[in-house]
Each structure stands twice: as structure tokens, then as C-alpha cells.
Design a protein. Structure first.
Lengths: 745, 421
């Protein structure tokens, strides 16, 4: 029995968490107290009713009941503990947790729950459970690494990781080592992948899906977002000479546009602490942007020199660097206005770097028409729910104007706004000129920062948006999945900090996790299935890289044109332009399906003949078969050696194109061989009947180098198909290139 | 033989997918002709529009009016039938043309000043994340939907995995991909293989995908495979679309015109059921009138243009248009002559099933909602209800015939009020 104003011992809350059990995961009878809080009380009472004020940034921050947001790794345990503690305080024989929401005891927020509401009933049950904790036996099952899922083999994982993260197939040596060395060798190989320069390129592409600073690439005028009053040598390329002007301008533009992403890649590549993406007292330039920024001691770039494109860290004299926050690309991509006053920047800052979407605080009805508060963003609880958190950070951006220039307001920051700061810390006056540097230091010390980093990498390499705060409408599966995800993120984030924020560690964990590798449901834990499985439709960029990696040639309409998936079909295939279209399509529509089929048709036509012109040792698609191999003679006699070679090559194609390791007598290989055989037979019959001839259609011949367009030597051309075997192989390629396993990873 | 929609339905029904499909599983399609309507077109004014510059005018009495809602004068407000509009070029013509068709709902309480939440609420009927946009839900609810059922030009286009959205930023490639097996899109005989062999290839491909679906044990994988399978059932629809698309698309400075043009072409071809259009430029925290007014004119112009296109396509009598925004702008100007966020907004709509020539809901001189009788939606002197986006969606779902049915029933919205007449 509790007594008035005597708190429940902290140990009780811990007991609730520490319950252990033997009831199966699907047993609906037993819901222990921790699960009850996680699945019921938090999403249906705390989140919608209390979190608006009872947080460290909220109006009730000075009360005994202060919850932490879900961005904090240990939020489930922390929030259960604080509610359990406060529930132990009683007045007139009743827990204050059951009194305050009704408006009693001078609750600052007034009445927020009706006594006959479901939410109040849940709260009542929560309090009664404190006296009689429900203990189950299944706690702990969900924390197992694979959560009851079968994972793809280390070799398959390496292939997938290499294709997705570098756009290359793993080397034979890497594959052999992983085949022998298993999981440990896989981890080693993943770290090798991260040293591949292509890994950095893909890394930046993934980050751009969040930052969208690539909107300034190419013709989109990154130069125009820099002020030549601040950087008088901005237009240095005008003196570069007619021959080099265009190239120098373009490279200067792209270097400025890529500054934030190059910083992130530099930090990753060089094992620098991920915190430097915010705290770096330098930026990233190449020879072109160094000239534009007037950085002393840099050489005039030579467009003919590839090294002139290399990025390196540099400081701009007198510039208050704060990682990517102070780059023109970032500040202009997230601009402000005189009345927005950096709030948009603050929202993005919290969302991206602290895993906290302030706008979700406002996912509840407000009514500004009845507000009588003076300066409502500072005084009306309807507004302060967001603004109390957002405005201090907005104030920390105070030195950066609408155009991303360092222009502190002469009259100082707006006095009517919540003072600049972060959380409960106010910006110290001496730090004002370097307010963003100060903010960055505060943020990277916050436990939400590593959480955000892990979530960012999870999304970047799985294409799977991490689950966010549970809401009352969520079903049990999502709640369980969220709990699983939070536990995993917490574990990785904790270790990430211990490893001095080496982001490669988080990437390694993602690429070896069940989120990346699950292939089969064995006895999945509750919620484990929601985010499990290789169901990631390749983006246009990923599919483009995969085509080249597999076939050795790009999908283009001509040698001199751009890759079709990066140009003509980029947006139709669900890509983004980082400007007006920011979200990728994750499911194919009818148009995307048609693009897949056209790709399969055209690449089959191009790739098989071009592979046949190569020596066997150089072939990527046809190392084990020749066009002269026919499984039957013209008289109908079997040629077992030819069939064996064809099957061997089909087996190879399944592995190379699909990552599918089939036995020679497997039903799937039989099916593919049957397609080859039926096509060949039908073609032979059609040739006899005079319905088709020996010549391949022009688009299905190999007469020119696919990269340069140069004519191939006459003895290295494939233009005819007298046995119809080329077309049989082309058919099989078209079959495999439109396969699920080719289009998804 | 290539799998058609009827085959698709047969195997999914045989597999029990229709009866037991979980929330994320795409619904199987039945064999059908080209979609014959109705067609849904939503137009989103992104950033939070100002109804007082459009369909809920306030104005100011004279130049000395303190803290006015608008800079124009009350005497200049346009009146056409039951409608009143701000004195902006084009508004009168618009109202005169659609005076019998248009329904204006004023005083809608969006209950938020957050762009993200407001946009979601306006177009899904709920503040909860994950709710599908109305046009997505309309498409998803139709088992016989075509493969490009829902076309998105931006704005709020969340589908919650119910239906794959289609983007058509560039229609010039449609002809080429409409015939994916031709090496020369203009030449029917330029296929990779003779038709009989192509049929064998298609059959093998479809059979393998079916085997993969049958073998999959992970729900996400099974679902994604099913979506791919469904997307592949509509080749002929692309050919129809290619024929329906105009040779040249609108090149004006009003992006909504082009979006409407493409959407109507999709409707005409019978390959789409719904489309969401979107245009930004309404978040005018500074220099409000000059920035905001031209964009509102573009909205009005786009509605007119869409109806013109629909009439040319012969589908105007089946077209439902709904226009809205995140929320509204403050009934006062800030220090930079801009307007900030205000939660009391308006929507406009017309189409079959919507009784036009009406204005329901009202706001007072400071754009605060006047209470309404829930039974009649007439204003009452005290108390009363406010219409919310959730209520609007309850009515629109009823109009679409999807209320109370799966999948709409998984996403409950507001009360059914006599909004549509």
C-alpha cells in the first residue's frame, strides 16, 4: 500500500522492466508491465496527452514528470520509470497520476482526460499494475540478433552490400575469403568496401536523399548562392580562358554544391568522428572552389589534371565554420524568411541530427482563434509545444541571413522569441559570433545525436524509413517492431559513441543486420517481420550501377549519350531531383514496370553479342558457352557436352545476375534451360520455314564499342546468328534481367 | 500467354489473397475495360493559402481601418450568386462559369499551423502520419483499378503502400516504353523475337515470379513481389496513354495546367482514376498580396483549364475536382507585409454528386469560424460545430462509395455531415 506523497522506489520501476518469463511471443494472455506501458500507456496516453508539455523542453519541464523523447536510446525504460515514480505520489489516497489529468491538484494543463475515457482507464490499470506487477517469461526473446529470421549467407550478404554500397561486385578474392571465413570475414570485407572510392560516391548519394543539397549541382547555380561581396574571387573562372571557362565554372559550381556531402564523406572515409559533420572548423574544397573562396596558397587548377577535382579540408579565413551547417548549400537549401526566423532550419536540424521531428509535437488539434496570449509562440501552450524546442535553436542560426550569408542582425536577435540556446542551455554571450559552433557542440553531446546517426544509416542502406513514435492507431505488430528497432538502434548507438563516433561502425552494423539480410521467416519474434526482407526496389542510380557491374556496359541509347536511368528515365523510374521531387518511389507502377522490360530487352540485345566478341577469360556473361554449342544435332541426336556447357553457363548467369546459387539439376535451372531450349528449337524451326533469317537485327549486333562508339575490328563483330543460339542466350538474359532478384536487392 | 488482369485475379483469388490480404498486400484486379470514371482531381495550394484573397473575402472599410485583414476594400468584393470573392482578376469569370457547380466550404478548422500536419489533414482527413491521400485511397479501393490508377504531381501523395503512385514529369518517353519489347518503338515488327517466342518468354517470366511469390515467407517480400506482378499487367494501358497524350504539353508559367493536361489525358485513356496536382508559392510570410495573388489566380485558372480539357476529352461529367491547402494565412499582416499561419481555412469542390451553387460554413470579420448547426450546417448564433477536414473527408469518401469498406475503413475519419448536399 502506498502512502501519501511517498514515491514508489526506483527499484520498483526497474523490477517492472526486469521481469522474465516463459510465455510464447504470440501468447495474448500475458502482457507484462513494460509491454503494457510500451504498447498501451505510452502511445495512447503519454504521447498524445502528456508529451506536449512534460518534456525537458516543454512547459512542464520543471515538474516531477518529465518524459524523454523516443530519440533517446533508453526512452522506454526512462519513461516507464518516471511515470511509475510519480504514480507513487498520492493525494487523498489517490495517485496524482490519476488526479492531475482530470484537472485536479492545480494541474498546469488543466483537465486533459475525461474520467470515462479509454485513456484514463489505461492509466488506472497502469497504476494498479504497480501494486501487482504482471510478470511474463518471454522478455529477452526479441533482443536476439536475428529475431527468429533466417539471414542470407555471408557470401550473399557481401554481394548485396558491394552492389548497393559501391555499385561493384565483390572481388573473387573477397568472396573466397568470406566463403571460408564466415561472419568474421564478412565484417572485414565490409570494412574493405568502405575504403573503395565508389563507396564514398554512393554514401553521398544516400545522404543527399536526406539533405537534398544536390539541387545545386550542374546548372542549378550553386555559384549564385554565394555572395561575391564576401568572396571577391568567386568568379575567378572568368579569367580561365575561353577553352577552360565552361569546365572551370561547372566544376566550381559543383564543388560548392557538394560541400556538405563531401564533408560527410571525408569524415566517414578518414574515420573522423561523425560529430564533425556539425562541429568541423573547416570545410571541404577542391582546387576550383578554393579559388572561388579565395583560400590562400592554392594553385590555379588545371582542368586536365584529375587531381584538381579532389576535395580536401580547408579553412576560410575569418569564417566561423560549423561543419555542414555553415555551408552555402545547406543554408540555402534550408532558407529562412524575416518571419520564419530560422525555424525551418531548426526543424531540419532537430529532425536530421537529433532524430526529433518537432512537427509531430503538433499532431494534435490547436485553436489559435481563441488564443489571447501576447506573443503566442512564447506564451500560448498551443504554440510553445513546438516553439519552446524550436526557437532556441532557430536563435542559434541568428548570424545567417536569408541568403545563407554571415550577417548578424545589428539589433541583435528577436527579444520576443525564446532566447537562443539548446534545450535548457542558453547561448552564452561570448559565443554569439560563433553561435552555430556552440550549437553543434551541444548537439553532438546529446544522446539523440548518435541515435540519429544510426537511424540515418539504417535508412540510407536499407531504403527503409525507421519507425517513429508509436501512436494510438498503431497495431500491435508495429509497436513490437518499433520496440525491436529501438533496442537495436540503442545498442548500436551506444557502441558508436564508445568507438568515438566512427560512422563506419554503424554502417557495418546495418549491412550485417537482419534489416539488411533477412530472407526467411523461421520463428519470427513479434514485430520482426514488419521491417524484414530484401524488398528494396533498386533506385534508378542503383539499377544503373548494377547493370554496368553485371554486364560491363551501360544502358544507353548510344555510346555518347547519358545512361538512360540517370537521364531520360530518372524521374519516371521513381528518382528524385532534390528540388521539387524529394521522395523516391519505393513500389513500381505500370510505367516503371515497362521501363524494366525495355531495359531487359535492350540490354539483352546489347550485352550478349558484345560479350561474345571477348575472349572467354574476359567474358562477364558467356564464359562457359559458345554460339556453336547446340544441345542436339540437326539429326536430333543429343550432344551432352553442349547441354552441360549451356547449363553451366546458365548456372553462372543465375549467380552473376541474380546472386542465386543453383545446383545444375535444380528446378529453377531446369526452367531456365527449358526456356533456352524452347527458344532455340522454335528459332531453328522458324529458320527452316524461312520466317527468320541468319542476321541479327541491327540493335542486337556487336559492331561498335559500347563505351566509345568506335568500330570493332571486323573479326570481332557479332552480326549473324545462323544457329539461333545468340537469340536463345539473348532471350535468357531478358528473362533474368527482368527478374525480381535483378531489380530488387 | 501473357497474364492479363483476369488471370491475375484468378490466381490471387485462388491463393486466398483477396480474402486474407493483410493491410500491406495489394488488392487483386479484376478484368475490365478502360476505366470509365468517375475521375478524381485534387489541387493542392502548397504552403497555406489565403481564402480571404479568394472565396472568403474580408477587405477593409477604408484606408484608415486598423490592422486590416486585407488591403482591398469591402466595396470591391465580387458577388456572383451565393458566392463572394476577393476583387482579383479572374475570380468573377470563374464564379460566373461555375456558379451552378461550385461548392465553397469556408471556416474549416484545420486545427494546426504546421505545414506537414496541415497538408496531411487536408488531403487524408487525419492528422495521424501514414494516412493515405484521398485520391490514393479512391484508387486503392477499386479492385479493377488500372495500372496507373493514381497519378501524383506532388503535394501529399502518401499511399501507405495501398497503391503504387505514378509520376509523369516527362511524357515524351511514354511512347517508347509503351512498347517495351520493340527495339524501334515506331516499328511493330522490331521486336526482339517473333511473337510466339516472346509469348514463351513472358510466360516463363510470369511463372518464375509466381514461384517466387509462392516461396516467399517474409511479408514485405511477398508484398513487394505482388506489387511488381500487378504493375506488369498494364502494358496495353501505356499504349492507350501514348495515344491519348497531346503532342505538345502546356508550356505556360502555370505548372498546374500541364499537370491537369497530363492527368486528363490519363483519365481519357482509361489508365488512371485519380490524380493529385500541386503548386507551391503560398507560404507568403513576406510581401503577401503581391506574391500570393498571382498564385491564387493560377489555381482558379487551373480549375477552369482542367474542366476545359475534360470537356474536350468527353469526361467532364465524371470529373470531381477538390481544391485545398495546408491551412490559411493570418487575418492580419506582419511587419514585412506578409501573413503567417492561420488554421481556419476553406476548400472548393465540384463534380457529380456535389450539389453546387452553395457556400457552407462561415467566418466572422476576423476569420474566426461561426458555429454551425450539425444537422443543417446553417450558422447559429452561439455554440454549434466547426467543420474539420476529417468531416469533409467523411463526405468525400461517401461520395466515392468507399466509406465503411476496406481499405478506407482502416483509416477512420470524421463525422458525416450534410456537406455535399
Amino acid at each position: 500500500m502506498r502512502t501519501s506523497s511517498v514515491p514508489v522506489p526506483t527499484s520498483l520501476a526497474l523490477v517492472l522492466l526486469a521481469s522474465a518469463c516463459g510465455v510464447g511471443p504470440n501468447d495474448a494472455v500475458c502482457i507484462d508491465n513494460a509491454a503494457f506501458f510500451r504498447d498501451k500507456v505510452y502511445p495512447e496516453v503519454v504521447q498524445p496527452t502528456c508529451m506536449a508539455c512534460h518534456t525537458a523542453d516543454g512547459l512542464a519541464r520543471d515538474s516531477d514528470l518529465v518524459f524523454v523523447t523516443t530519440a533517446r536510446p533508453d526512452h522506454e525504460a526512462a519513461n516507464l520509470e518516471v511515470l511509475a515514480e510519480v504514480a507513487g505520489l498520492e493525494r487523498e489516497g489517490q495517485s496524482i497520476v490519476l488526479r492531475k489529468p482530470l484537472g485536479m491538484d492545480q494541474h498546469g494543463g488543466g483537465p486533459v482526460l475525461a474520467e470515462d475515457s479509454e485513456a484514463y482507464a489505461l492509466l488506472t490499470e497502469f497504476v494498479s499494475r504497480l501494486d501487482a506487477p504482471v510478470v511474463c517469461d518471454d522478455v529477452g526473446k526479441v533482443t536476439s540478433a536475428d529475431a527468429g529470421l533466417k539471414l542470407m549467407s555471408p557470401v550473399s550478404t557481401l554481394r548485396k552490400a558491394a552492389l548497393l554500397a559501391t555499385g561493384h561486385l565483390p572481388s573473387a578474392d573477397q568472396t573466397a575469403r568470406v566463403r571460408t571465413g564466415g561472419e568474421a570475414a564478412l565484417v572485414t570485407a565490409v570494412w574493405e568496401l568502405m575504403d573503395d572510392p565508389a563507396f564514398s560516391d554512393v554514401f553521398m548519394e544516400r545522404l543527399n536523399d536526406v539533405l537534398h543539397t544536390d539541387r545545386y549541382l550542374r546548372d542549378n547555380d550553386a555559384i549564385g548562392i554565394v555572395d561575391d561581396d564576401d568572396f571577391p574571387s568567386l568568379y575567378w573562372y572568368e579569367d580561365a580562358g575561353d577553352g577552360d571557362y565552361s569546365k572551370a565554372r561547372e566544376r566550381t559550381n559543383d564543388a560548392i554544391a557538394r560541400e556538405p556531402l563531401e564533408l560527410a564523406a571525408w569524415v566517414m572515409r578518414n574515420d573522423r568522428p561523425w560529430t564533425e559533420v556539425l562541429t568541423a572548423d573547416y570545410t571541404m574544397v577542391n582546387a576550383y572552389s578554393a579559388q572561388a573562396y579565395g583560400i590562400q596558397g592554392t594553385d590555379w587548377p588545371s582542368p586536365a589534371d584529375p587531381a584538381s577535382l579532389d576535395f580536401y579540408p580547408a579553412r576560410i579565413e575569418g569564417f566561423p565554420h560549423a561543419g555542414m551547417l555553415t555551408t552555402p548549400a545547406f543554408l540555402n537549401r534550408y532558407p529562412t524568411t524575416p518571419t520564419n526566423r530560422n525555424r525551418h532550419r531548426a526543424w531540419f536540424f532537430y529532425k536530421t541530427f537529433l532524430a526529433t521531428d518537432i512537427l509531430t509535437f503538433a499532431d494534435r488539434p490547436i485553436d489559435p482563434t481563441v488564443s489571447s496570449a501576447h506573443n503566442p509562440t512564447a506564451n500560448d501552450p498551443q504554440c510553445t509545444v513546438c516553439h519552446a524546442t524550436m526557437d532556441p535553436v532557430a536563435g542559434a542560426f541568428q548570424n545567417w541571413d536569408e541568403e545563407g550569408r554571415n550577417r548578424p542582425r545589428e539589433e541583435g536577435w528577436y527579444a520576443e522569441m525564446v532566447p537562443p540556446g539548446f534545450g535548457e542551455s542558453m547561448l552564452p554571450s561570448p559565443e554569439r559570433t560563433h553561435a552555430l559552433s556552440w550549437l553543434a557542440q551541444q548537439a553532438v553531446s546529446d544522446p539523440r545525436f548518435p541515435t540519429a546517426a544510426v537511424r540515418l544509416m539504417l535508412e540510407a542502406y536499407t531504403g527503409l524509413a525507421p519507425l517513429t513514435t508509436a501512436t494510438a492507431g498503431d497495431d500491435a505488430e508495429k509497436k513490437a517492431a518499433l520496440s525491436l528497432q529501438d533496442k537495436w538502434v540503442e545498442e548500436v548507438a551506444t557502441e558508436l559513441v564508445a568507438r568515438d563516433h566512427d560512422i563506419k561502425y554503424a554502417i557495418e552494423r546495418v549491412l550485417t543486420s537482419r534489416y539488411f539480410r533477412a530472407i526467411e521467416d523461421v520463428s519470427a519474434a513479434d514485430g520482426a517481420l514488419l521491417q524484414a526482407g530484401t524488398a528494396h526496389l533498386l533506385t534508378p542510380e542503383e539499377l544503373d550501377r548494377k547493370i554496368t557491374a553485371i554486364t560491363g556496359m551501360p544502358w544507353r541509347s548510344s555510346a555518347s549519350s547519358r545512361d538512360l536511368l540517370l537521364d531520360r528515365y530518372l524521374m519516371l523510374y521513381g528518382g528524385i531531383d532534390s528540388f521539387s521531387v524529394l521522395d523516391r518511389l519505393r513500389d513500381p507502377n505500370g510505367i516503371m514496370a515497362a521501363i524494366q522490360l525495355r531495359m531487359a530487352t535492350e540490354m539483352a540485345c546489347e550485352a550478349i553479342p558484345h560479350d561474345l566478341v571477348l575472349d572467354n577469360a574476359q567474358r562477364r556473361l558467356m564464359p562457359y558457352a559458345e554460339t556453336s554449342y547446340e544441345p542436339f544435332t540437326d539429326d536430333g541426336f543429343e550432344v551432352p557436352e553442349a547441354e552441360a556447357a549451356i547449363r553451366r553457363n546458365l548456372q553462372y548467369l543465375h549467380l552473376r545476375m541474380l546472386g542465386e546459387d543453383l545446383e545444375l539439376d535444380s528446378p529453377e535451372l531446369d526452367a531456365t534451360y527449358q526456356l533456352w531450349l524452347d527458344t532455340w528449337r522454335a528459332g531453328k524451326d522458324a529458320m527452316v520455314a524461312g520466317e527468320v533469317d541468319d542476321d541479327l537485327m541491327g540493335a542486337c549486333t556487336a559492331q561498335n564499342d559500347p563505351w566509345t562508339g568506335d568500330s570493332l575490328p571486323s573479326d570481332h563483330r557479332v552480326t549473324r546468328d545462323p544457329r539461333f543460339t545468340v537469340r536463345a542466350w539473348v532471350t535468357v538474359f531478358a528473362y533474368l534481367a527482368a527478374d525480381w532478384r535483378f531489380l530488387y536487392e | 500467354m501473357k497474364m492479363d488482369r483476369r488471370d491475375f485475379l484468378k490466381w490471387t483469388a485462388a491463393a486466398g489473397m483477396v480474402a486474407t490480404a493483410p493491410r500491406w498486400m495489394p488488392t487483386a484486379r479484376a478484368a475490365t475495360e478502360a476505366w470509365q470514371g468517375p475521375y478524381w482531381l485534387t489541387i493542392h495550394a502548397a504552403g497555406g493559402w489565403d481564402p480571404t484573397l479568394l472565396c472568403d473575402p474580408k477587405g477593409r472599410a477604408n484606408e484608415n481601418t486598423p490592422d486590416p485583414v486585407n488591403h482591398y476594400f469591402t466595396d470591391d468584393i465580387v458577388e456572383v450568386g451565393p458566392f463572394r470573392a476577393a476583387p482579383v482578376s479572374g475570380h468573377r469569370t470563374f464564379l460566373e462559369r461555375f456558379r451552378d457547380d461550385l461548392l465553397v466550404i469556408n471556416g474549416i478548422d484545420a486545427q494546426t499551423n504546421s505545414h506537414e500536419t496541415g497538408t496531411r489533414y487536408t488531403w487524408s482527413g487525419s492528422m495521424d502520419p501514414g494516412y493515405p491521400a484521398l485520391p490514393a485511397l479512391v484508387a486503392a479501393a477499386e479492385p479493377a483499378r488500372p495500372s496507373l490508377a493514381y497519378v501524383s504531381h506532388g503535394g501529399y501523395d502518401i499511399t501507405d503502400g495501398l497503391v503504387a503512385p505514378t509520376r509523369l514529369p516527362d511524357t515524351s518517353a511514354i511512347l517508347q516504353i509503351a512498347y517495351p519489347e520493340r527495339l524501334d518503338e515506331d516499328e511493330p515488327d522490331s521486336t526482339l523475337l517473333p511473337e510466339s517466342m516472346l509469348a514463351r518468354l513472358r510466360s516463363a517470366r510470369d511463372a518464375r515470379l509466381q514461384r517466387q511469390i509462392d516461396a516467399a515467407t517474409l511479408p514485405r517480400v511477398k508484398r513487394a513481389m505482388s506489387v511488381l506482378q500487378q504493375a506488369r499487367t498494364g502494358d496495353n494501358e501505356l499504349a492507350a496513354l501514348a495515344e491519348s497524350l497531346p503532342a505538345t504539353l502546356d508550356g505556360s508559367n502555370n505548372p498546374l495546367r500541364r499537370q491537369a493536361q497530363v492527368s486528363i489525358a490519363c483519365f481519357k485513356a482509361g489508365v488512371s482514376m485519380s490524380a493529385s496536382l500541386s503548386m507551391g508559392g503560398f507560404d507568403t510570410h513576406g510581401n503577401h498580396d503581391d506574391s500570393h495573388t498571382p498564385n491564387l489566380q493560377r489555381i482558379v485558372e487551373a480549375v477552369t483549364y482542367a474542366m476545359d480539357e475534360a470537356e474536350r476529352a468527353g469526361i467532364a461529367d465524371k470529373l470531381i475536382i477538390v481544391v485545398g491547402s495546408d491551412f490559411a494565412r493570418t487575418p492580419w499582416y506582419n511587419d514585412t507585409n506578409g501573413k503567417d499561419h492561420w488554421s481556419i481555412t476553406s476548400m472548393m469542390m465540384m463534380g457529380p454528386g456535389i450539389r453546387g451553387g452553395r457556400v457552407i460554413g462561415a467566418t466572422d470579420e476576423r476569420q474566426v469560424p461561426v458555429g454551425l448547426d450539425a444537422g443543417t450546417l446553417r450558422t447559429v448564433s452561439s455554440g454549434g460545430i466547426r467543420i474539420t477536414p476529417a468531416d469533409v473527408h467523411a463526405s468525400l469518401r461517401q461520395l466515392a462509395g468507399i466509406d465503411g469498406k476496406d481499405p478506407a475503413s482502416r483509416y477512420p475519419v470524421g463525422s458525416l455531415l450534410p456537406i455535399l448536399g
